[in-house]
Design a protein around this ligand. Sequence first.
Ligand SMILES: *Cc1c(COP(=O)(O)O)cnc(C)c1O
Length: 379
Amino acid sequence: MEVPMLDLKAELAPIKDEIKSAVIEVVESAYYVLGPKVVELEERIAEYTGVERAVAVSSGTDALLIALMALDVGPGDLVVTTPYSFFATAGVIVRAGATPAFVDIDPDTYNMDPAALRQWFDSNSGRLDKVKAIIPVHLFGQCADMDGIMAVANEFGIPVIEDAAQAIGASYPSKNGMRKAGGMGAAGCFSFYPTKNLGGMGEGGMVVTNDGDLADKIAKLRNHGSEERYYHSIVGGNFRMDALQGAVLLVKLKHLEEWHAARRKNARYYLDNLKTDAVSLPKIAYDWDCHIFNQYVVNISERREELRERLRGKDIAHDVYYPMPFHLQKCFEKLGYKKGDFPNSEFAAGHSLALPIYPQMTTGMQDYVIETITGFYSA
Ligand SMILES: *Cc1c(COP(=O)(O)O)cnc(C)c1O
């Protein structure tokens, strides 16, 4: 049996006609960049994530970059984030001209540890005036502990940009009630890369915010900093979304909750059936419904590479998110970090393993994955 990480053809099959007519509508409209479909998507995403405004952009990476630009983050500034995420989270900080400062993750959730964040602020009191943003990541589809993070951010007056690229539709039980990923900080950033729970047919992203002025500025930055054609009050870039992506994502958004539910069901199935001492299952920090399971990442205490070899031999797709934390990446050498600086991130890099959990995965496939893993450790 072959088990992929994702099966986009299976996802497409039941919605193919809807997608085709949405695409043809755009093709025949001859309106290919931004336009009514993108505006409608912005409205739907704002509604869905419980925020006032949403601005569609060219990718999740660009969503993060443009949010930093809109907050005037630049040379000499510091942006605090975690060293364990997809590269874009840290890459954009450098591209904005600023310097990343890392704080470690909570080993159980892989998300920013609010205690580590507080400790960083306590021990860097000499340069707090340089800190322009904090970027927590809602990794794998589960929100970071935002109450703890916002408490530190508010105490020091630092805006928070949520990297919610993997967490569209995830919820967080804040002390002020249930909140959606992306709607808690100054801005939230989503990605519509095809592997995300809401994936386009190409690149796309979105910035959401409750701050109308910030949204206006982001919309301007998206279009070379111009509101009136050929007049530029600030320097932006081309961060526009294609109309085709808007049309496709509008169709797919209608099915998103159903896909989240199918992923949750698969996560439950692993919980009930994947029982091996060497494998710890992901911690569900809040209600099950809060998690959207973009990835199902287990922790392997021994022989991970050998297990991967076995999985490969059995045609079971899997991956390591992420094998090297940012502070040990060659491109960040100049930041001066060393091995041992962030033990929880380093441990996660050495022990995590993502198993397939996509919505269309069958029970037969899950049984096959589970049998292969338990068989490997019981032999
Ligand atoms: C996917 C992802 C991004 C970048 O999104 P793209 O659309 O691929 O540019 C940023 N951060 C995280 C955590 C991601 O998973």
